[in-house]
Design a protein around this ligand. Structure first.
Ligand code: SER
Length: 608
């Protein structure tokens, strides 16, 4: 079955009676006003406030397909199931239905809509810990479900209980790792069995073990995850029951498609096949040749992820999301360079980008952009790096002795993976000190982890008083810019940490110090006036008619929240916000700079 069909089936299955879910559009890949992560990496991320109890404009039953990016998987891409970009099909109960509805619906979808053979489905549940009991409720429900399909499901044979490391879900993992404020809960996963022969195949270190869903041998693939999100971590380290019991379901679309194809290679689903065919064409290398597969998969995944990011206006850069985009483009360029032994050019990149757009033609993801706009963002970066790569290769030829440290520098600077450097020097009869390389690599990993922790630091600091205040200040800033610059400023991006706000907006030139000072003064005046901030739910059309600002390129549901700062600003926004502007403190612009060629960026903070 093709993935574009599965996506549609999932949405119709959950919107149909008796399930009656409302469809919500995919949120942006780059989360707005959420300092806890660089990218949207799961369907629940844009719904955190609702899982914690805030009402959602569309009610208590939601369904969607969410664009996701997981940078932690970047090194894993190359095998048959890892990607950095993927789509997550999701359905949610916000304090509405729970296990006894979710598990049978999930099974019905997999077996009746996707027509997966129930005999090839295996399930897992949480085995319990000192504070949360074993999920015997789900075990009983699963037994009944399988019995309905004529299968006697025994624990240890069809139903497996695992510890928190496997069957507890929160954005940060097991309960001990959850920061205060973070929601999470036990989960129940469904695995598809691709057959015994695969257990001996991809990761053969497990070849001699008795196989089970989580043994990682390549035979079983997780295709569905129902999280029973009913706990929240408290500052004292305890788990507290949330006021509402939620269901947070997520299933990887590409993996579901692989299961329906009975082929574990997700790169052979329709969401990749056309992109792979294009890569074969522009490189002259065949995917069916095992030695080409890892490189072709990396090129396909990375250029797909880069295309989605560029479509949202992200530009390659040295920090945060921009750096991730740059890394994706560089890794893809290195792979193309070594696959063909020639310098890649736009004649290769362009058709690949176009094939990504084409693979998603049944969706709205690329409605607001065309391939030229995307190529304009990523083209210069690719070409610049191609030149640097050529130079790097020449440098490499000159080095007579390659230490592990130099190998790591090449990896860092030019994106040369160790195996490629090793290959080049093996030709010259050299051997690389792998231990030294790995020591450097670990140092770097530790550094990235610390950086990631820095990003995550606040956990739900995004909804702390400080970030909420900065969010409201961002609305004041947008309106103040409109008034002072006398220009129809549009929001191009927003990112808030506990320390500052960052706001990107359309404006063709640098702001003069006088203008900046006036903007700052107007925001402070509105704070002083202590204006009430109110929220109303209305249709998107009503919101636009009422003069509320929207973010260009964003996909909105039919019903939206509109936040009004009395007599001053009106914006469609997910919230949350301060109730009165007087709570914000003193507003200060820290910096103004260019953000790409057509937009400006302002950093600002609040002090009490
Ligand atoms: N949040 C869970 C996941 O990402 C289920 O949606 O797997």
């Amino acid at each position: 079955m093709i993935a574009n069909e599965i996506r549609k089936k999932f949405i119709s299955f959950f919107t149909a009676s008796p399930r009656n879910h409302q469809e919500i559009p995919s949120a942006s890949l780059i989360p707005e006003n959420d300092p806890s992560s660089l990218f949207t990496s799961s369907g629940m991320q844009p719904l955190i406030t609702n899982l914690l109890g805030e009402k959602h404009p569309l009610g208590t039953r939601l369904v969607d397909s969410q664009k996701c990016f997981r940078s932690q998987d970047i090194e894993e891409v190359g095998d048959n199931s890892h990607t950095t970009f993927f789509e997550m099909l999701g359905n949610w109960s916000l304090g509405d239905y729970f296990k006894k509805e979710q598990l049978p619906w999930n099974f019905k979808f997999l077996t009746e809509e996707l027509k997966l053979d129930p005999k090839r489905l295996y399930v897992t549940v949480f085995e319990g810990n000192p504070s949360v009991p074993k999920d015997t409720v789900s075990i009983e429900i699963w037994k009944e479900i399988f019995a309905g399909a004529g299968i006697r499901a025994l624990e240890g044979e069809r139903i497996f209980a695992y510890p928190a490391q496997k069957n507890w879900w929160s954005r940060s993992g097991e309960p001990e790792k959850m920061p205060p404020g973070e929601p999470g809960g036990p989960d129940s996963e469904v695995f598809f069995d691709f057959g015994e022969k695969l257990h001996l195949h991809e990761r053969s270190i497990y070849a001699k073990e008795k196989c089970h869903p989580n043994c990682g041998g390549g035979r079983f693939m997780e295709i569905a995850n129902s999280v029973f999100m009913q706990y929240q971590k408290m500052p004292d380290g305890m788990l507290k029951e949330l006021p509402q019991k939620n269901v947070d379901f997520g299933g990887g679309l590409e993996r579901m498609a692989a299961a329906t194809n009975d082929n574990p290679d997700i790169f052979q689903t329709d969401l990749f096949s056309e992109i792979i065919a294009t890569i074969e064409k522009v490189t002259g290398k065949e995917y069916s040749n095992e030695s080409n597969k890892p490189a072709i998969r990396i090129i396909a995944d990375h250029l797909k992820a880069a295309t989605f990011m560029a479509a949202e206006g992200l530009e390659p850069g040295n920090k945060q999301q921009g750096y991730v985009l740059r890394r994706l483009l560089r890794r893809a360029t290195v792979k193309l360079r070594f696959l063909t032994n020639t310098s890649p050019d736009m004649e290769q990149f362009q058709p690949i980008v176009e094939s990504v757009l084409h693979a998603y033609k049944g969706t709205t993801y690329f409605d607001k952009v065309n391939s030229q706009a995307i190529e304009k963002i990523i083209g210069p970066e690719l070409l610049k790096f191609t030149k640097s790569l050529d130079k790097g290769l020449k440098e490499v030829q000159k080095i007579s002795q390659i230490s592990g440290k130099i190998a790591f520098d090449l990896y860092q600077t030019f994106g040369f993976p160790l195996e490629i450097t090793a290959e080049l020097f093996a030709q010259k009869g050299q051997q690389i000190d792998r231990q030294q390389f790995e020591a450097e690599f670990r140092k770097h990993q530790e550094l990235s982890r610390t950086t990631a922790k820095g990003v995550f630091k606040g956990g739900l600091a995004d909804h702390s008083e400080k970030t909420t205040a900065l969010h409201t200040a961002t609305h004041l800033l947008q309106q103040a810019l409109k008034n002072i610059l006398n220009y129809a400023v549009r929001q191009k991006g927003s990112h808030i940490t506990a320390e500052r706000l960052r706001f990107d907006f359309s404006y063709p030139q640098k702001l003069t110090p006088e203008k900046l000072q006036k903007v700052e003064a107007l925001v402070n005046q509105k704070i002083k006036e202590n204006l009430p901030v109110t929220m109303e739910i209305m249709t998107l059309n009503e919101a636009i008619k009422s003069g509320a600002s929207t973010v260009p390129g964003a996909h909105y549901p039919e019903k939206v929240k509109v936040y009004t700062i009395q007599g001053f600003s009106k914006e469609v926004c997910g919230g949350p916000h301060a109730d009165f502007t007087g709570r914000l403190g003193s507003f200060k612009i820290i910096k103004e700079e260019a953000a790409g060629t057509e937009n400006r960026r302002i950093y600002a903070s609040l002090t009490s």
